[in-house]
Design a protein around this ligand. Structure first.
Ligand SMILES: [Zn+2]
Length: 116
């Protein structure tokens, strides 16, 4: 991971979203729905590949909320949602690219557009 993609501050607002300050001073904000829709886990990738919405699913509680957030090693953020979905790990370097308006991953793997 490049140094500039290293997070130096991380703020999780369960009802709003996630704000990450990177080592070079860049501040990236992600809202809840963008993060949930861009979930990089295999289940969500599969749904998107089939052209389905990953959220809300039938029975999903609304509004969306983060139940828990924890670091996954030094490279990623694991979010647990109020629909009990918890398998997505968001790598910081992918979030950085996404925030810069670039695709974070390949086209069909989520986080493919700008959060704006
Ligand atoms: Zn997922």
């Amino acid at each position: 991971m490049e140094d500039r993609n290293e997070p130096v501050d991380l703020v999780v607002k369960r009802d709003e979203g996630v704000t990450i300050t990177f080592a070079d001073g860049h501040v990236a904000q992600f809202n809840l729905v963008d993060l949930r829709l861009g979930c990089p886990c295999a289940t969500c990738r599969g749904l998107r590949d089939q052209g389905e919405e990953v959220w809300p699913r039938p029975g999903s509680p609304t509004p969306l909320r983060i139940q828990d957030a924890r670091l996954h090693g030094a490279w990623g953020l694991n979010l647990t949602w109020n629909d009990s979905h918890a398998t997505g790990i968001f790598p910081f370097d992918a979030l950085r690219r996404w925030s810069d308006g670039q695709p974070a991953y390949g086209r069909d793997s989520g986080l493919s557009g700008s959060p704006d």
